[in-house]
Design a protein. Sequence first.
Length: 256
Amino acid sequence: MLPTPCLIASDAHLGAAPPEVEHSLVALFDLARRDARSVVLNGDVFDFWFEWRHVMPRTGFRALAAMATAREAGVEILWIAGNHDCWGGDVLRRDVGVTYHVGPWRGTIGAWDTLIEHGDGLRDVEDAPYRRLRTVLRHPFNIWAFRHLLHPDWASAIAKRSSHTSRNMRPRDGGAGLRRVALDRLASANAPDLYVFGHSHAEALERAPDGGVLANPGAWLDAPRCLRIDATSIAVAELRDGALVAGSAMERHARG
């Protein structure tokens, strides 16, 4: 269970984003220490993240430090792996202190029964080639070879070149495919109250026909927006001058 208020942000792509994107993410964690009890990072926080035994990327150090400070202040942080930062390990879990999770996450946020997925690979037809590639990229032998056979500088350069290509291949459907996935999730048996996704960089907050809610905070890379979840309500909020300004809230409906 994650306590509320809970803030959910996605797709900052640190390392490829302008410096002000990291500055605003640091400000979000500073605010969370005062005004939130949990934060969810729904994937692609970094444009590329990988951990070696004694080496880590220098990109985003301030953001990681802000996360560690928030954890020390008692803020729970759940990090859902995206397609750009799916190789997390001890640095994130032990040194920064976040709960790093690969795959879908199902749990409660306040009164909301919640399912969270980053969103990569979920469209049946369009994402089929990516799912085959993902099997290769996440295979244990290939991860071992990347870690042990390449110098970190060379490995990072290769990964960043490929990340640049992936980052600029945003869904041509403007997020419609993932919206259909979300509606299917909310119409299924044992559906959650709330389905949260990212990846498409397309902000969304919508009630499904059966009463559930689908939500995508959009990309932090594009604007400092997040979801703010309270015990029985959710809204899209924007960080302005160190404070969150929320739009119209959507209330939780009890599911039959």
